[in-house]
Design a protein around this ligand. Structure first.
Ligand code: PLP
Length: 391
């Protein structure tokens, strides 16, 4: 049976060109980038070449990019690094952070951790499409607010936040602005300077690169306290011998993203729009997230009378890989915090389906999905105690 992967928001396949770029750095150029000999120099060159590629995708300076072990670590370094740096200012400026209620756990749990240490955190609510209220953001700002951390685009429902407006407000109030752009990077052009972003998190494995590597953009001049101490790698902010093959992979992934963005966007959006159009023809099916302000590859639905896990298993039987809620919450029984935040009931949240597309998907695959999905929904509804209508 052919397999169709529609879970790119969870992770992407590594692009063949990325794998090819990485390979020599495992067995041939395996030096430590800090070593002075030729092996070390070769690794160091690759490190800086990759930094150039990441910086180029974001249109920022090379020295504003540090490499990390992934999106989670980038978020932790950004938020804790700024929070710890501002701790001493507690009595003058004070420890207040503003975030949203639909952040990825990498941000939410970091904020909860800081809350236990005495920081005050405001978790902004979102509307039914998952967008924060700008007026409420402005009202929440106090002279104690030193950091705003709001994601660029949501990993579950794909909603894109008004990042430029948030950046504007942060700038006017002299507040540092971090955004988790893990889902958005490579799918839409992002330039931190144009949107007043001071820190921006990237993860390689959400953009056709390898897992376990990421990057953090830190605006020039911004001071940040390290949370990992050691040999002083990455400007002392993130010690540990650089993961050169991974970093080369991320660099290549950024280079490809820049080169292919326009073409990929056209291809993916066309498939995604067809998917949404056809699936919404199913009775009592609804789109979650914003109809327009959403990632080009995200389609998120809910179906009355359906239990998401059964739906996933039925799709898996047909070779289709999808997700209900986020991968992180899909093994828990609690409904997704994002779906609850947009106002769904736990039952509605459990009846949701996320299909996230990627550059290797084809029109034929999408047609196959829209062919088999209505049958599956029908069959599941027939045996569902939640589907009263037919009785
Ligand atoms: C996947 C993801 C992360 C975590 O990235 P890792 O590299 O898996 O640690 C953080 N934020 C968002 C929005 C994500 O989708």
């Amino acid at each position: 049976m052919k397999k169709i992967y529609l879970d790119h928001a969870a992770t992407t396949p590594v692009d063949k060109k990325v794998v090819e770029a990485m390979l020599p750095y495992f067995y041939k150029h395996y030096g430590n980038a800090s070593s002075l000999h030729s092996f070390g120099r070769k690794a160091h060159e690759a490190l800086e070449e990759s930094r150039k590629k990441v910086a180029s995708l974001l249109n920022v300076k090379e020295k504003e990019i540090i490499f990390t072990a992934g999106g989670t670590e980038s978020d932790n370094i950004a938020i804790k690094g700024i929070a710890y740096k501002n701790r001493e200012k507690r009595y003058t400026k004070g420890p207040h952070i503003i975030t949203s209620s639909i952040e990825h756990p990498a941000v939410l749990e970091t904020c909860k951790h800081l809350e236990m240490q005495g920081y005050k955190i405001k978790y902004l609510p979102v509307d039914k499409h998952g967008i924060i209220n700008i007026d409420e953001l402005e009202k929440t700002i106090s002279k104690n607010t030193f950091l705003i951390t709001i994601m660029y685009a949501n990993n579950e429902i794909g909603t894109i936040q008004p990042i430029k407006e948030i950046g504007q407000i942060a700038r006017e109030n002299n507040i540092i602005f971090h955004t988790d752009a893990v889902q958005a990077i490579g799918k839409t052009p992002i330039d931190p300077n144009k949107i007043n972003v001071d820190l921006l998190s990237i993860s390689s494995h959400k953009m056709y690169g390898p897992k376990g590597v990421g990057a953090l953009y830190i605006r020039e001049g911004l001071s940040i306290q390290p949370i990992i101490h050691g040999g002083g790698h990455e400007r002392g902010i993130r010690s540990s011998t650089e993961n050169i093959p991974g970093i080369v992979g991320l660099g290549k992934a950024c280079e490809l993203a820049k080169k292919r963005m326009e073409k990929d966007t056209k291809h993916i959006k066309k498939m995604r729009d067809k998917l949404i159009k056809n699936i919404l023809e199913i009775e009592e099916s609804y789109l979650n997230g914003h109809p327009q302000k959403r990632l080009i590859n995200n389609a998120h639905f809910r179906f009355t009378g359906i239990e998401g896990e059964s739906l996933l298993l039925s799709l898996d039987d047909k070779g289709i890989a999808a997700s209900t809620g986020s991968a992180c919450s899909s093994k828990k029984l609690q409904p997704s915090h994002v779906l609850i935040a947009i106002g769904l009931t736990p039952i509605e949240a459990h009846g949701s389906l996320r299909l996230s597309l990627g550059r290797e998907n084809t029109q034929e695959e999408i047609s196959y999905v829209t062919d088999v999905l209505p049958e599956i929904i029908n069959r599941l509804r027939k045996i569902s105690p939640l589907w009263k209508k037919q009785e």
